[in-house]
Design a protein around this ligand. Structure first.
Ligand code: BG6
Length: 538
């Protein structure tokens, strides 16, 4: 099936990514720039239906539907598009539209909501009630989808989006298969499935889930989401590393002392107590977001930008991470849980007092780990990762700490020399900072560190799309490069599994062990201080 060409006045993907709203009228046939022919960025998705499972849930309302609506507003969805909301609760078409519309007021990136565009979008939304394991609901879904194809010309293309609790993934996939909804049609209609995180609870369950999914869908039909990969600043890591000549030669154990990756959040569990009790920071952030950031920092240049080439390199990094033996986990991994305190001017309750949380809960809301990658580029360079809730501020960043100069020729102003540092600020205040030594003006030769700072906000005066817009559009285009492959998810769990095992087998932790509004337990600092290093102050 050939992709639609963008209609006149429709934005291309490149437009959206550059923040432009519409595309200049297309040049006449024959006058096309040959250099652009066949470029992915000139495509908009085929006509299709999105079937959204868990459509009444938080994720659908906060992220998935706003993202689809923004793509629609940017003319990045085809006219022949429909959204079928699948949920267990009883809703009429009108009710689901009104409730999604109300959520847009809270979660839309572009406000106020364009009512005219909304009316056209809403007309394409219907509701389908059913249990996730109810064969009759899938049989009627199949009839409904066939009717939409006939009436709306959606060509048999379907994206099944699983925005449900993880426990429902297997039954939905199984039911789609049993109803024959997975089969790609002979005339080219495609079927793809987007699966949210968490993908499994450990290696065993992830392998099992991969197997269940694999019984129904081919790997090329499966899109496992880690929304960090859709963030502009995360995608820019590859451009920074492989679109510039000057950084790659020093991206090496010869020059780099260590790497710190932080995902700090000031919020608590925000009404997701029940989910978080099952998950904890290790599974919620380290297994996916933190390890994905690590792979992008550590991977070798891919042969090309094809999904498989990129993911092969990422898997190689995950496989090269030295597994932490269960008996040594307490030397390399720290967990924490927040107690009551203050985050800025706001008083915060302790985790154990959050709704739907066990008052004696041992779930970690903070995790820090020291990992090593056994390959020629990184051997001996520690990667320190940390993630936590109710920390003093929201900040995600990657800090590449370079080694000190071999000889201090110049006197330093301040206590100690500050070797070169490169900081990739993922969010907020997105940008890249390079620290280097400069001469303090004057007659002497005193040296002080100064910063060269690139800020997205001032360098590009356009707003970035939300990660979900990027990822959903890529799934609709059939580009899996920003999604995690089956072996990649399993390789990540292989690193996390011994930590889970050690925590299960070990003594009860003394929790809570950090006050809300602080940078986590003291043990997280000791992880670095005992090696003569410290966490960067954010
Ligand atoms: C999600 C986690 O994957 O990422 C949440 O489940 C967390 O607990 C969120 O708050 C953080 O995402 P972001 O985009 O706000 O950094």
């Amino acid at each position: 099936m050939s992709p639609q060409s963008p209609a006149e006045g429709h934005a291309t993907i490149r437009d959206l990514r550059l923040g432009r709203k519409t595309r200049k009228p297309a040049a006449k046939k024959g006058a096309k720039n040959p250099l652009r022919a066949g470029l992915r960025i000139e495509r908009v998705p085929d006509p299709h239906v999105v079937v959204l499972f868990g459509a009444t849930g938080d994720l659908a309302h906060r992220k998935v539907v706003p993202a689809l609506f923004h793509l629609w507003v940017g003319n990045l969805l085809p006219e022949r598009f429909a959204l079928v909301c699948f949920g267990r609760r009883a809703f009429s078409d009108q009710e689901i539209r009104s409730s999604l519309r109300a959520s847009l007021d809270k979660h839309a990136r572009i406000t106020p909501v364009d009512e005219e565009r909304w009316a056209a979008f809403a007309a394409r939304i219907t509701y389908h009630q059913g249990g996730f394991d109810e064969p009759a609901a899938y049989a009627s879904l199949s009839t409904k989808l066939a009717a939409i194809d006939t009436e709306s010309g959606t060509d048999g293309n379907r994206l099944y989006y699983l925005a449900t609790p993880a426990s429902s993934f297997p039954e939905i996939v199984r039911s789609l298969g049993a109803a024959g909804l997975d089969h790609e049609t002979a005339d080219g209609g495609w079927r793809r499935v987007v699966i949210e995180k968490p993908f499994g609870r450990d290696l065993e369950t992830a392998v099992k889930l991969n197997r269940e999914v694999g019984k129904v869908f081919r790997e090329s039909q499966v899109y496992r989401i880690d929304h960090y990969l859709g963030k502009e600043t995360v995608r820019n890591i590859l451009i920074f590393r492989f679109g510039n000549l000057i950084f790659e030669p020093i991206w090496h154990r010869r020059y780099i002392d260590h790497v710190q990756i932080t995902v700090a959040e000031s919020i608590g569990v925000e009404g997701r107590g029940a989910f978080y009790e099952e998950t904890g920071a290790l599974r919620d952030i380290l297994q996916n977001h933190l390890l994905q950031l690590l792979t992008l920092v550590a991977m070798e240049p891919p042969a090309n930008l094809e999904a498989e080439a990129l993911r092969d390199e990422k898997v190689k990094v995950l496989r090269a991470i030295r597994p932490i033996p269960v008996e040594k986990v307490d030397q390399s991994v720290v967990r924490g849980q927040y107690g009551p305190g203050w985050v800025g001017a706001t008083e915060a309750t302790g985790y154990r007092s959050e709704p739907a949380v066990d008052p004696a809960s041992e779930t970690e809301t903070f995790v820090a780990a020291r990992l090593e990658i056994d390959d020629w580029r990184w051997a001996g360079v520690p990667f320190y990762l940390r993630a936590g809730k109710r920390l003093p501020k929201r900040a995600t960043e990657i800090a590449i700490q370079f080694k000190d100069v071999p000889q201090h020729l110049f006197p330093t102003v301040g206590d100690e020399p500050e070797p070169n540092l490169l900081v990739i600020r993922i969010q907020p205040d997105e940008g890249i900072l390079m620290r280097f030594a400069a001469k303090v003006p004057g007659l002497g030769i005193d040296v002080r560190p100064v910063n060269m700072d690139f800020a997205y906000g001032s360098a590009f005066t356009v707003e970035s799309p939300d990660a979900y817009e990027t990822l959903i559009l890529d799934a609709l285009l059939g580009d899996a490069s920003l999604f995690t492959r089956a072996d990649e998810v399993e390789a990540a769990w292989r690193i996390v599994d011994p930590i889970i095992d050690a925590w299960i087998a070990g003594p009860e932790p003394e929790l809570p062990n950090y006050t809300s509004g602080t940078w986590g337990p003291d043990a997280a600092d000791e992880l670095l201080t005992r090696e003569g290093r410290r966490w960067r102050r954010l």
